[in-house]
Write a protein that binds this ligand. Structure first.
Ligand code: DCP
Ligand code: MG
Length: 359
């Protein structure tokens, strides 16, 4: 069966959000990232700044040399995250098969869409329109029958583009495509390919798989298939963990306050350890108490800041214990969970958020 895959990628994402929120920036070169006086790097640059050669991951100092008029802006991740959540909600109107790659980019499998719209192209158009209506930001979309082609397509007519690659047009499209535009061919590989005389898909397709693997290892095999438009990777929705918790059922029911607090402390430590292991913090803490008659209650509290430190978890849990009847009634189970986690996009390509932004 032929699949229908859409790849959506926001245009100059961080920079576009900054322009939207500060119209004075429109038409001017804008870079989002660290300071040019420190060791800052660019997260991204708007399209005006790109004309001067400014690019993601370039040092801010170099950006300033290339474009002395560039306006530097500190990233505001909370705001980008908010926009990211908004586009995610739009995707969810069409499918549950959503695989985000970063805050601004996702694959959607709409082979069977929730709206029963048989045209992936029309869905992509609608999504772009809704994104613009709700966020005042533009996205580019690629529509095709596999992930590789959808991704290449979304990049093809940026910004605000919509490119469709059908099974009939795929070969023609790929033969003309410059080798650097093949997703997965980075700068270094591109140079190496150029030296081997591979400048376009038409050059690449002449190579035998074994020769490509000889030069490029395992990736050679990948190149062999993508230039033929072959990619059967599925859109795998990543489920985000919603909470981290721990609980203990006691061998005997306790009424003694000190014992209960000691147990609470142990549980807080366990929760903290689990959270730190997967590097998440949470804002909402919930304490669960089951009394000896199996009556079970929960008490929650939300703080403005994210945390995962054991002492703080214990402190918060302790306050919630005051709102229970633990101690007056015997307790058979105690639990603590933290939700409202800061990991909603935890699975995104790590290079996208790892860049240092000196304070
Ligand atoms: N980003 C980052 N560091 C990088 C690359 C990207 O912090 N090395 C951030 C800033 C970008 C966002 O992720 O705005 C999305 O990355 P993209 O690669 O999609 O780049 P843009 O959306 O900025 O531009 P484009 O229009 O090319 O997609
Ligand atoms: Mg983008």
């Amino acid at each position: 069966m032929i699949r229908k895959i859409i790849h959506i990628d926001m245009d100059a994402f961080y920079a576009s959000v900054e322009e939207r929120d500060n119209p004075e920036l429109k038409g001017k070169p804008v870079a989002v990232g660290g300071s040019p006086t420190g060791r800052g790097v660019l997260a991204t640059a708007n399209y005006v700044a790109r004309k001067y050669g400014l690019r993601s991951a370039m040092s801010s100092a170099q950006a300033l040399r290339l474009c002395p008029k560039v306006i530097f802006i500190r990233p505001r991740f909370e705001v980008y995250k908010e926009a990211s959540n908004q586009i995610r909600e739009i995707f969810e109107e069409y499918t549950d098969l959503i695989q985000p790659l970063s805050l601004d980019e996702a694959y959607l499998d709409v082979t069977e869409s929730k709206t029963n719209n048989p045209s992936a192209t029309l869905i992509a158009k609608e999504i772009k329109q809704k994104i613009f209506d709700r966020t005042q930001l533009t996205a580019s979309a690629g529509v095709s029958f596999n992930k590789f082609l959808a991704k290449v397509a979304s990049d093809f007519q940026k910004p605000n583009g919509l490119t469709v690659i059908t099974p009939e047009s795929a070969t023609g499209f790929l033969m003309k495509l410059p080798i650097g535009k093949f997703h997965g061919v980075g700068r270094v590989t591109k140079q190496k390919m150029n030296l081997l005389g591979i400048d376009t898909g038409a050059d690449l397709i002449k190579w035998k798989e074994e020769d490509l693997t000889r030069h490029f290892g395992k990736a050679g095999s990948y190149y062999y298939h993508i230039v033929r438009g072959e990619d059967d990777r599925e859109v795998t929705p990543e489920h985000t963990r919603k909470s981290v918790g721990a609980e203990r059922t006691f061998s005997t029911d306790y009424k003694e306050w000190e014992i209960l607090l000691t147990e609470l402390k142990t549980i807080a430590e366990k929760v903290s350890e689990r959270m730190q292991k997967i590097s998440v913090k949470g804002k909402t803490i919930t304490v669960k108490v089951r009394y000896d008659d199996f009556d079970t209650i929960t008490r929650s509290h939300t703080t403005p800041e994210y945390y995962n430190e054991s002492d703080f978890i214990y402190e918060q849990a302790l306050q919630l214990m005051d709102h229970t009847q633990a101690g007056e009634r015997k307790v058979r189970l105690l639990g603590i969970a933290l939700s409202n986690l800061d990991n909603e996009m935890d699975f995104i390509a790590p290079q996208q958020l790892k860049l240092p932004f000196p304070a």
